[in-house]
Design a protein around this ligand. Structure first.
Ligand SMILES: [Mg+2]
Length: 422
């Protein structure tokens, strides 16, 4: 919560399945497009929040499967668990609060009386969430009766139906909307209320997000029937909530543009990205641009020409390979030349996460980030530190890479270390 000194310029609060992540798109095109936009233009002064129905276990599984960025805040198990930062420090005060008028055992006792309710896997049963599957046709009747039963037992609960199949019983004070309202209050109390908040969702458990006062919202084009119905009944005339024409993460980018919340052109979606001048000339933009070039170079999607690389590296600079060996940066240019097109026709993708930068002198920047690459199932990551300088003869109007240092991120080392460059 304290990564930024002041209020966030933009806080995006997004659901994951079929909102940030399009499971129907094997190439992850729109997610990677969002990632490039976020790291180049927003990471330094904005906040990314994931709000998912998934439990911590299933959330981690998704992160291992998809090129998801590291959020600043993770809201899991339908707003019943909140965690902060890379190390996911849990908000115990929130969970304490949810104990009010909640008794998990009574919920289990009462729900057991409905054979229509099929329990979800053990990982999805959480301290403040009891979860089932139920056929759509039977859902309305069961929700009505179950509410009555639990009310008679003096519990303050909430039943949420999502994706035409999932039924969650939560404490009344829980849910994605309540968790967001709690966070906004916390930010406000600290004088850091985000200047703008954009909520993004596709299914029933996201509906609450759109009811939080003062937020912009996007119901993605591929939204589930229950959310579309909620939108038609509750938000049709609210110009702060749109139903995008684009799917998933592309719909989120569309909303950023629609509400004028900041830059909305992802370098990944820009044809002439090499010559693209960012609205804000920044180290984050430079790093995203280089690795996009690097991906396209190895996929043979950019022209093979020395011209692009000439101005990037400082000729006397050093590259410290994750194995520990050192190379002069100008020699890496020859290695780059040999790698041209070696991933052509494969699913090879490169993205950066957690870009942070600090100005350490006049025109000198220290930039730190995680550099990921994947090819099908295979995936590797290096923690990367780069010294950038704006005042070099090599690039009078851009950044020069003076020094590059990489170490493997624990658990994500490449088997063939020799094949790794940058
Ligand atoms: Mg979803």
């Amino acid at each position: 919560m304290d990564r930024l000194d002041g209020p966030a310029r933009l806080m995006i609060v997004s659901d994951l399945d079929y909102t940030m992540v399009d499971h129907d798109e094997a190439e992850n095109r729109s997610l990677l497009m969002f990632n490039a936009l976020w790291e180049a233009c927003y990471r330094h002064d904005s906040l990314l929040v994931f709000s998912t129905g998934r439990s911590p276990t299933m959330y981690k599984q998704l992160r291992n499967e998809k090129p998801l960025l590291t959020p600043d805040i993770t809201i899991m198990s339908v707003g019943t668990e909140i965690a902060y930062g890379d190390s996911m420090v849990r908000d115990d005060a929130w969970e304490q609060y949810l104990n009010q008028n909640w008794d998990r055992d009574i919920v289990l006792e009462e729900t057991a009386k409905f054979p229509e309710l099929i329990p979800q896997s053990d990982t999805e049963q959480r301290p403040h969430k009891v979860s089932f599957f139920i056929e759509k046709a039977k859902s309305s009747e069961v929700i009505k009766l179950l509410s009555e039963h639990l009310e008679k037992r003096w519990l303050d609960i909430k039943i949420i139906y999502s994706s035409g199949t999932a039924l969650d019983v939560l404490p009344k004070g829980a849910g994605k909307g309540q968790a967001l309202a709690y966070l906004l209050k916390k930010f406000k109390d600290n004088g850091k209320l985000p200047l703008n908040t954009l909520v993004c969702g596709d299914s029933g458990n996201d509906a609450e997000l759109f009811s939080v006062p003062g937020v912009y919202g996007v119901v993605v084009s591929n939204a589930q029937e229950e959310l579309l119905q909620w939108h038609a009944e509750n938000a049709k005339n609210n110009s702060n909530i749109i139903h995008s024409t684009e799917r998933c993460a592309a719909g989120i980018i569309q909303a950023i543009a629609n509400f004028n919340l900041g830059p909305f052109l992802s370098l990944r979606d820009t044809k002439d990205f090499i010559n693209c001048r960012a609205e804000s000339f920044s180290p984050g933009h430079e790093v995203v641009k280089f690795y996009l070039f690097y991906e396209r170079w190895r996929r043979a999607e950019v022209e093979k020409s020395d011209h692009h690389m000439q101005s990037i590296f400082y000729s006397l600079g050093i590259f410290v390979h994750p194995s520990g060996s050192e190379q002069q940066l100008h020699k890496c240019k020859d290695m780059m030349a040999r790698l041209y097109g070696d991933k052509e026709g494969t699913q090879y993708r490169v993205w950066v996460d957690r870009v942070s930068s600090a100005q350490i002198g006049s025109g000198a920047w220290l930039v730190k980030f995680d550099k990921w690459e994947s090819n099908g199932e295979e995936r590797h990551c290096c923690i990367t530190t780069v010294l950038l300088n704006t005042k070099q003869a090599e690039a009078p109007d851009g950044f020069v890479w003076v020094h590059v240092h990489q170490t493997w991120l624990d658990g994500w080392q490449a088997k063939d270390q020799a094949a790794w460059l940058f």
